[in-house]
Design a protein around this ligand. Sequence first.
Ligand code: GAR
Length: 321
Amino acid sequence: MAEKAKIGIMISGRGSNMAALVYAAKARDCPFEIVLVASNDPQAAGLSLAEAEGIATFAHPHKGLTREAHDAIMHDALVGAGAEYVVLAGYMRILSDSFVDHWTDCMLNIHPSLLPLYKGVDTYQRAIDAGDKMAGCSVHLVTPELDDGPVLAQTEVAILPDDDADSLAGRILIAEHQLYPRALAQYVTREADPDWILAQVRQRALALDETHERASFGAPGWRVGSETTGKYFAYFAQSHHGEASMALLVKTTGLDEQTALIDADPDLYYAPKFYGKSGWIAIRLDTGRTDWDHVADWLGKSWRMVAPRRLTRMIEIADQF
Ligand code: GAR
């Protein structure tokens, strides 16, 4: 199994979501492990639970410190513990922009509402007062705006006719405990998800000038030029002919370059069936260590090879400087 993602959890109180994550992480096939539980409150109940489970803990009160100074202390503790992701589990402090920036795309939060509804506090009462039929919880990526980042997963929880905020909160909490470990597991393994990988390729291919997507024999492909006269510069191959389960096909300068690449790194490159003889090369995207800048470079090179002269001329001129 691939190495587990290293998680630092931040709590302020009870820590029941933290407990759910800690127990989930005990499964042998869980793709994450908890390397630290950190709190802004040394008395937080969740800390003793984490300690009893043999997990490293860290606490530093925020009193008397600026937000930035306190966040920097928490940040150092997380980095020191080897955390690759920060998971907020009832961490009841607004984080400074610089802390959030450091952990962009690597920090998750759980919030007891169906975001974008009811950001902030009193989510249960607000849902009841609004006469909603459904409440719920959301796991989202953290961005500088409070409770505003992209939602990764949600669970709906029905509101019962005689619910009050407490009874509803109790049921939502059960849903949170199910949702958070699952959403986190999915997120840390997203790079193995074919849809995520295809989206990465697509974004980089379509960022090049005058490109569009067109399927070729069922495989996504990208062309440069007009819809009628455009030429393919890349294909996305999935589970083709028993080769790598996912690969990007791009054009090389010819068979010599293709052979040299395969000789230099046979784990990354291979000659794709049917296209190989014309110098196309397959770059594996299923190694778990894809260098996306490298993929972007390849797409650019392949694009140049087939793009109309009027597009490449500009680049040649720019290259001279
Ligand atoms: C949870 O219900 C969580 O959704 C909420 O605090 C509670 C923490 O409980 N978080 C927020 O409201 C964040 N805006 P826990 O400490 O038992 O996990």
